[in-house]
Design a protein around this ligand. Structure first.
Ligand code: NAD
Length: 501
C-alpha cells in the first residue's frame, strides 16, 4: 500500500522526509512498508528534553486561560484535519475508517474540554485554626510531561494527555508507539499549525521522539521529566513504574485490561447482543477496553449464545478503508500468533471454540486478518485471566449473582466492566463497594467507547492512573498549601508556645 500524496499534503507531511530511516513503518492492511523514519538516538532525545525544559520556564507563566486558547486552536485544526488524520490512523493502525475518524473526534472533544478547564483549575480556601490567618491550596504547572503511547489508540491518548498538560502549563515530549509513528508526525504538524496561529509559543512545547523501547527508556530516566504518562501493556508498566519511582518522578500508568460483562436474567437481550458485538469485535479486539469475558446467567444462555454465534458469522472482515467493513486486520503477525496460542490453551482447558483462524491470506499474504472467536469456557482458567490483545470473547455461565461478581473481579486487571440488567438492585450492587472493582463500571452499555468527560483508567494491574476528564488534570500539576498571616502576632499551630523570653 502506498500513501497518497494528497493525504500527505493534507496533513502537511513531506514524502521526502518519510523515505530514509532505520525504522520501517508498515500498514497492517496489507503488511506493506509505508514509510521509513529516522529514530532518535540518546543525544537527540536529550536535546528534545532540553528544549522542553526551556519551554517550561516560559509556558508556566502564561496565564492558564491563554494556554487554553492554544488548545482551542488545536481543536479547530483537528476539526479541519479530521478526515485526513482519521484515514492515516486507519492506514497505520488498521482500525476501520469510521473508528479512525471517531478517534480524531475524541481528540476534538478533549480539546473543547481542556479549553474550558483552563478557566477552572480551581484550588481551595481552607479555614485556618489561627486568628488572622488564612489557608489556601493552589495548583501550579508541574514540569515536562513524557507521554508514551500504545499502537492501538495512536493519536487519542496523546491528545488526552497533551490537551490537559498544555493547559496545566506543562510541555510534552511524546514517544509514540514504534508501530504508529506516522500519525504522531501528523499530529505534530497539526499542533504546529495551531501554535503558529497562536503566536509566541515557546519552541519545545511539543517534542516528538521517534523510536522504540530504548527511546522510551531514555525519556523515563531523565530527571527533568516530572511526570511520565505511559499507556501500554502491563509488562511495560512493570518496567516503567519502578524506574520512574526510583528517581521520585511521578508516573501515570494506563495498562492492560481484561474487561467483563455480566448478563443477568432480566437483561434486555437486544441491547446486550449489540453491545457485546461492538465491544468484543470492534477495533478487531484491540482496545484496552475490549470485552473479553462474558458471564451469562444459566437461564438465558440458550437465548443469547445462538444470537451471538449468528452475529459473529455475519461480521464483515476486510480492508478497513472499505465501507461496510466492521473488522480490520490485527496489527501484525505476533498479534495473530498470540491469538492462536490463546485459543489452543483455551481448547486444552476444555473450551469450545467458535471462529478464530486467519482469513484473507490469499489477498493479503503479509497481513493478518483473523475471524473473531467466541469460546465457551467451563471455568475461568489462566488463559482467560490474561489479556490477549485480539478478538477473543470467553463466555462463562453463572447461577448466583454474587458468584458472578466474584468471578468478574478475580483477574489481575481492573480497567472496565459492565452489567446488563433491568433489576435496580443488581445494577446498584454492581456499582457499589462490593461490586465491580474496576475503574470503569457501566450499566446497560458495553465496557468500551468511553466519553472524554469522565476520568479514564483502571485499578490493579491496569496501573491506577486516570486521564482525560473529571479531575484527572490534577496529575499534571503540583499542589501547594499556602498559609498567610495577616495579623501582627505569630501564633503557632496546635497552640505550641515557643518563647525565647
Ligand atoms: P506496549 O507495552 O508494547 O508498548 C506501549 C509503548 O510503550 C510503546 O510506545 C513502546 O515503545 C513503549 N515501551 C515499551 N517498553 C518500554 C520501556 N521499558 N520503557 C519505556 N517505554 C517502553 O503496548 P502496545 O502493544 O503498543 O499496546 C497494547 C497494550 O496497551 C494493551 O495491553 C492495552 O490494553 C494497553 N492499552 C491500555 C490503555 C489504557 O488506557 N489502560 C489504552 C490503550 C492501550
Amino acid at each position: 500500500m502506498k500513501l497518497k500524496k494528497q493525504l500527505l499534503n493534507a496533513l502537511g507531511l513531506d514524502a521526502a522526509d518519510l523515505k530514509a530511516g532505520d525504522l520501517a513503518v508498515h500498514s497492517p492492511i496489507d503488511g506493506g512498508e509505508i514509510a521509513r523514519l529516522k529514530t532518535d538516538g540518546p543525544a537527540k532525545v536529550a536535546k528534545k528534553i532540553d528544549r522542553a525544559a526551556a519551554a517550561f520556564r516560559e509556558w508556566r507563566e502564561v496565564p492558564a486561560p491563554r494556554r487554553g486558547e492554544l488548545i482551542r486552536l488545536l481543536g479547530e485544526e483537528l476539526r479541519a484535519s479530521k478526515a485526513a488524520l482519521g484515514e492515516l490512523v486507519a492506514i497505520e493502525n488498521g482500525k476501520i475508517l469510521e473508528e479512525g475518524k471517531g478517534e480524531v473526534q475524541e481528540m476534538i472533544d478533549i480539546c473543547d474540554f481542556a479549553a474550558g478547564l483552563s478557566r477552572q483549575l480551581y484550588g481551595l480556601t481552607i479555614a485556618s485554626e489561627r486568628p488572622g490567618h488564612r489557608m489556601a491550596e493552589t495548583w501550579h504547572p508541574l514540569g515536562v510531561v513524557g507521554v508514551i503511547t500504545a499502537f492501538n489508540f495512536p493519536v487519542a491518548v496523546w491528545s488526552w494527555n497533551t490537551a490537559l498538560a498544555i493547559v496545566c502549563g506543562d510541555p510534552v515530549v511524546w514517544k509514540p508507539s514504534e508501530k504508529t509513528p506516522l500519525t504522531a508526525l501528523a499530529c505534530q504538524k497539526i499542533f504546529a499549525r495551531a501554535a503558529k496561529r497562536f503566536g509566541g509559543v515557546p519552541k519545545g512545547l511539543l517534542e516528538v521522539v521517534i523510536g522504540g523501547r530504548e527511546a522510551g527508556e531514555r525519556l523515563i530516566d531523565d530527571p527533568r521529566v516530572a511526570l511520565v504518562s505511559a499507556t501500554g501493556s502491563t509488562r511495560m508498566g512493570r518496567e516503567v513504574g519502578p524506574r520512574v519511582a526510583s528517581r521520585f518522578g511521578r508516573v501515570l500508568l494506563e495498562l492492560g485490561g481484561n474487561n467483563g460483562m455480566i448478563v443477568a436474567p432480566s437483561a434486555d437481550l437486544d441491547l446486550a447482543a449489540r453491545a457485546i458485538l461492538f465491544s468484543a469485535v470492534g477495533t478487531a479486539g484491540q482496545r484496552c477496553t475490549t470485552l473479553r469475558r462474558l458471564f451469562v446467567h444459566e437461564t438465558i444462555e440458550d437465548k443469547l449464545l445462538p444470537r451471538l454465534k449468528k452475529a459473529y458469522g455475519g461480521i464483515r472482515i476486510g480492508n478497513p478503508l472499505e465501507p461496510g467493513t466492521l473488522v480490520g486486520p490485527l496489527i501484525d503477525g505476533a498479534a495473530f500468533e498470540g491469538m492462536e496460542r490463546a485459543l489452543k490453551r483455551a481448547a486444552a482447558d476444555g473450551g469450545k471454540v467458535h471462529g478464530g483462524g486467519r482469513v484473507m491470506s490469499n489477498e493479503f499474504p503479509d497481513a493478518f486478518y483473523a475471524k473473531p472467536a467466541l469460546v465457551q469456557m467451563p471455568a475461568q482458567t489462566d488463559v482467560v485471566r490474561e489479556e490477549t490483545f485480539a478478538p477473543i470473547l470467553y463466555v462463562m455461565k453463572y447461577k448466583d449473582f454474587d458468584d458472578a461478581i466474584a468471578l468478574h473481579n478475580d483477574v489481575p486487571q481492573g480497567l472496565s466492566s459492565c452489567i446488563f440488567t433491568t433489576d435496580l438492585r443488581e445494577a446498584d450492587v454492581f456499582l457499589s463497594a462490593r461490586g465491580s472493582d474496576c475503574g470503569i463500571a457501566n450499566v446497560n452499555i458495553g465496557p468500551s467507547g468511553a466519553e472524554i468527560g469522565g476520568a479514564f483508567g483502571g485499578e490493579k494491574e491496569t496501573g491506577g492512573g486516570r486521564e482525560s476528564g473529571s479531575d484527572a488534570w490534577k496529575s499534571y500539576m503540583r499542589r501547594a498549601t499556602n498559609t498567610v498571616n495577616y495579623s501582627n502576632a505569630l501564633p503557632l499551630a496546635q497552640g505550641i508556645v515557643f518563647d525565647a523570653g
